[in-house]
Each structure stands twice: as C-alpha cells, then as structure tokens.
Design a protein around this ligand. Structure first.
Ligand code: GN1
Ligand code: MG
Length: 374
C-alpha cells in the first residue's frame, strides 16, 4: 500500500537527485532495523521509445544512529572507489548525486534527516537460509570483502558510529540506563540483565584483547548479515556486498561473529519463541568454511583463536544494545511490534547461552577450516 505523504516525499527527494521520468510507485523494503529503504519506480524510456519501469533504491538515513552524513558517505565513497578500481568488472554500488546548491553531493540533507539514492541492482537476497551451499557463498563473499580491502589504508576511514563494537562501553551504557530506568522497564528485564552481567568478562574479552594491542585493526563491514549479500538471480552466486554504512576500522571477529550470529541461528534474530534458538553447527561450518577459504592465509594466530569467541561476544553485545534501547524507550532500532526490542534481547540471550555450550565445537570447526585453507 502506498501512502500519499510518503509518495510525495519520495518524489521530492527524486527531484533533488534529478531522477528522470515520471514517478510511478514505491514499496518499502522492511529488512533494515535502522534506516528506511524504498524501492522507487519511475517510468522511463528503454531507448527504443518503449515505456519501461526503472527502479531506484532510496534511503532515509537514521540520524539518531548516524550523526555525520559527510563522514558516512566519505567512507562508502572511498571503499567503493577502491573496490571498483581493483575490480572494474564486478558489480559495485553506485550513488546518484544532487545539485541542490550547485554542489554535487551523494546525499540530501533536510532538517535532521538525510536521504540518498542508489542505482538499483536486480538480485536475490536471503534472510533465513538452511542451505549450507548458499550460506557458504555468503561467508565467502564477506571473506572476500575483507580480502579485497586488506591493503586499504584503515586510517582513511571515519568511525561513523564511535565505539560501535566497544563491548565494554556498550555494557557501561546499559548499566547507566538501567540505573536511571527512564521508562520504568527495569523490573521486567531483571533476568536478561543478570545473565548479561554474569557473562560480562567473557563477552568483553574481544574488546580487551584489542585494547591490549593483541589484534590488528582491519577494514570491517560490521553488519555481515547474509541479507547484506546480493546474489545473482540466475547463477545464485554472490554479486556484491551491500549496506556499507558501518564500514569502519574493526576486528575480523566482528565480521565473522556477526555473520554467524545471524546466519547460524536456528531461528530469526527476533523470534518470540526461543525454544529452538541456538547455533546450527552445520550452518556454522558452512559460513566458516566460506569465510576462511578467503581469509585463512591472512589471519594471525591470535585472530583465529578469537573467532569462536567473537560469535558469543557479538551476540552478547547486540543483546546489550537491544536491551538498552528497550530501557530508554526504543529510540535507536525501528520497532515493528510491541516490546520488539525486549523480544530481540531475549532471542540474543538464548543464542548466547547456547553458544556458551558450543564454544569448543565452534573453535574446532574454525581450526579445521583454517588448516584446510593454509
Ligand atoms: C542494524 O538496520 P540493519 O539491519 O542494517 C544495526 C546492526 C545490528 C542489526 C541487527 C547501524 O542493522 O548493528 O547488528 O541491526 N545497524 C546499526 O539486526 O546499528
Ligand atoms: Mg546495516
């Protein structure tokens, strides 16, 4: 269903980016938890005089999460340009430009929000997948992303969200907000708080190792959900990794851990019924095998040793983020149902508990894949 106000807004944005042809329709893409994304269709000429639909991807960036559009777009521009130069034949993300004040920009600022438009890439995506072959391909795509950027100068990148994966700081914020309890929700979440604080040391181990100088800083994607890989509709091979908003300096474990957290969970990340929530070790194997087929040779021993732990760390970290957002009144993540952030927290807690029992198995799989690809 199109809503008239949204349609008008999208047309106005399209105009600022000089999209040609009359606006026809839009649909919202509901995958993301932070930004708003629309597929917007314009009527266009196919070059022979025939009218066809030309789609664009229009996004409204969440300015509560991202404060600095210049830095955000600078990171994306630099990284996509670097990849394009190295691999001119591969599919890459392209942005449209505005010319609002005589200045070409890849975003349109409007009050406290900003918009951008991508060239639409026709492709398949998967959200939940129990096919190991597809998951392996997604893992390989994220490993390849890591590799293609392995000689990119990390110091050129801004921290678009400061301390994004500083698990210690995430815990500090959670405790401060739990103490303040601005919405009176703490009583309801005691069990989740107790669990998260009981595992705090282990959850923060990855952050601590980095702060002790034991892990190298790399260019990381930082949102390695398999639905951020576009697959070719015919060959079902990965085309391109998308959603580069959180590309920042980071640890390899952030990308590996988040990929597993999302892909290898038996349930969706916000399942209300968590009786089945946990790590599917077959899917874990598939993602690890794909990711490590690309990265094994490059990783240090210390990094390899942290990969299984990183899955647990990222899962606990995301649980603290969802829970914190619940406590402060759902300001950061889009909520699609009542108590959505609490449901998400409970699901991540259930996943973390299951991961604790499987850490040794996960570590053994990682080590066997590393051995195979070295
Ligand atoms: C957010 O909006 P989306 O789906 O791209 C979040 C990630 C979380 C993820 C959990 C900028 O990503 O960090 O892991 O939700 N992105 C940001 O699904 O905070
Ligand atoms: Mg994202």
């Amino acid at each position: 269903m199109m809503d008239q106000a949204t349609a008008r807004k999208l047309q106005q944005v399209g105009k600022a980016f000089h999209l040609p042809g009359p606006f026809f329709s839009y649909e919202e893409i509901l995958n993301g938890n932070v930004n708003r994304t629309y597929k917007v269709n314009y009527i266009s000429d196919d070059g022979t005089g025939m009218a066809v639909i030309k789609p664009y991807l229009v996004q409204k960036i969440n300015s509560y999460a991202f404060h600095n559009p210049d830095e955000l777009m600078s990171n994306i521009d630099r990284v996509t340009e670097f990849i394009r130069t190295k691999r001119p034949d591969k599919t890459c993300m392209h942005f449209h430009h505005t010319d609002v004040t005589g200045e070409r920009k890849t975003y349109l600022e409007e009050g406290d929000s900003f918009w951008r438009i991508y060239k639409y890439i026709a492709a398949e995506t998967v959200n939940k997948c129990d096919d190991p072959l597809i998951v392996r391909r997604a893992g390989k795509a994220f490993g390849d992303f890591q590799m293609v950027l392995s000689d990119f100068d990390v110091s050129q990148l801004f921290y678009t969200i400061p301390d994004f994966h500083d698990t210690r700081k995430r815990y500090e914020k959670l405790i401060a907000d739990a103490n303040a309890d601005p919405c009176g929700r703490v009583a309801e979440v005691r069990a989740e708080l107790d669990y998260l604080f009981s595992v705090q040391q282990q959850a923060c181990r990855l952050t601590d190792l980095y702060n002790e100088g034991k892990l190298p800083l790399r260019v990381t994607h930082n949102d390695t959900k398999i639905n951020n890989v576009l697959f070719d509709e015919k060959t079902h091979e990965p085309l391109v990794v998308i959603d580069l908003d959180t590309v920042m300096p980071g640890l390899v474990g952030h990308d590996f851990g988040d990929g597993i957290r999302f892909a290898a969970n038996f349930t969706e990340e916000d399942a209300e019924d968590t009786t089945k929530t946990g790590v599917d070790l077959n899917i874990f194997f598939a993602f690890a095998d794909g990711f490590l087929s690309e990265t094994a040779k490059m990783l240090t021993e210390e990094e390899v040793d942290t990969l299984a732990l990183s899955c647990f760390a990222i899962t606990c970290e995301l649980a603290t983020r969802f829970l914190d957002d619940y406590l402060i009144g759902d300001k950061y993540f889009k909520v699609k149902r009542a108590k959505h952030n609490l449901i998400r927290t409970r699901c991540q807690v259930a996943l973390a508990k299951d991961m604790q029992t499987k850490l040794d198995a996960m570590d053994a799989i990682v080590k066997s894949c590393v051995k195979k690809y070295r």
